[in-house]
Design a protein around this ligand. Structure first.
Ligand SMILES: [Zn+2]
Length: 318
């Protein structure tokens, strides 16, 4: 009896401590804790008309999963070391097929894990910019592995700017994509806008605008993109200042600005200049994966709701 009392006291103290800490960490962020992560996982096969967007915590890399009813879309596949945890988690969610896979551009932190992910699931449509592959045996290994994986199950499609497609009831628009045999890989990066009724999400990859000179040379890319207001933006290039465009975020006015960044290698991103610009130009809540963990945002078509962080470690380099 005495032991039982001691144990229940310890449990009570630990509970108070845990809730206290969580409360302090997230009291400034509106986290919807009504539904637990396991309940969300069990909901995958349910037609609940909720768009779920997972911004995986994969260190200095990128991987985003969208689920709408039974439809799935994966934007980028992070580093090679991250792929086994990502595959395991997506299988736990009940996913067997990736209806759309988008490789925003050919940098390793976006595509090195993608070949194994594609090997593990059925593949629908695969989008990527036109890319330059170095045919020398030791060059572009990850890219060659990705191309081989896609070719085993389907084909690579290179959509154009303003290409539209539907993902369940979610309307998708390629706002930017360029030929990376002409411009560098970040400048080729896919920028995707996904709209579900009144909610809009923008995924920027490592997008960087062309210089004035490049716009003169490549007239087909001499385009002024019309940016819309969005609820959620995934900030370009892990929040690096090299991709910062002044007075850009006040065109978007997001509620949430998501930055995918890790703590290892170069613990430099996001750059302060970028978070300062977002804070100065918007009222957005800035969420950084290395601090928050994997971010899940849900949309019912009217409101976007930030869920509790998913604590799984998807960063294979950590
Ligand atoms: Zn990147």
């Amino acid at each position: 009896m005495k032991n039982k009392k001691i144990i229940s006291s310890i449990v009570l103290i630990i509970s108070i401590l845990i809730f206290g800490v969580v409360g302090v960490l997230y009291n400034s962020i509106d986290v919807d804790s009504n539904i637990t992560n396991s309940a969300i996982e069990n909901n995958f096969k349910k037609e609940d008309d909720i768009l779920k967007v997972y911004y995986f915590n994969v260190g200095n890399a990128d991987c985003t999963l969208l689920i709408f009813n039974n439809n799935t879309m994966l934007i980028d596949g992070a580093n090679e070391a991250d792929s086994s945890a990502l595959i395991k988690y997506m299988k736990e969610l009940g996913i067997t097929k990736l209806d759309y896979v988008i490789a925003t551009h050919s940098d390793e932190d976006h595509i090195a894990g993608l070949d194994k992910i594609i090997d593990a699931f059925e593949l629908g449509t695969f989008y990527m910019p036109i890319i330059k592959v170095n045919s020398e045996p030791n060059k572009d290994k990850e890219l060659k592995e990705l191309i081989a994986s896609v070719n085993r199950k389907g084909q690579i499609e290179n959509p154009n700017i303003n290409y539209e497609f539907a993902f369940g009831e979610v309307k998708c628009l390629i706002k930017w994509i360029a030929d990376s045999t002409k411009v560098n890989s970040n400048k080729s990066s896919v920028v995707l806008e996904a709209t579900y009724k009144e909610n809009r999400f923008l995924f920027m990859g490592d997008y960087e605008p062309l210089t004035k000179k490049e716009r003169e040379i490549y007239q087909e890319y001499n385009i002024d993109i019309e940016w819309n207001n969005v609820d959620v933006v995934k900030v370009a290039h892990h929040g690096s200042k090299t991709n910062l465009i002044q007075n850009f975020y006040n065109l978007l006015l997001p509620k949430y600005a998501i930055i995918s960044a890790g703590i290892h290698d170069k613990n430099t991103v996001p750059d302060k200049e970028v978070t300062d610009a977002i804070e100065a130009e918007t009222n957005a809540v800035i969420l950084i994966t290395k601090e928050f963990g994997t971010i899940l945002i849900e949309s019912d078509g009217k409101d976007v709701n930030l869920k509790e962080p998913i604590k799984n470690n998807f960063d294979g380099n950590r």
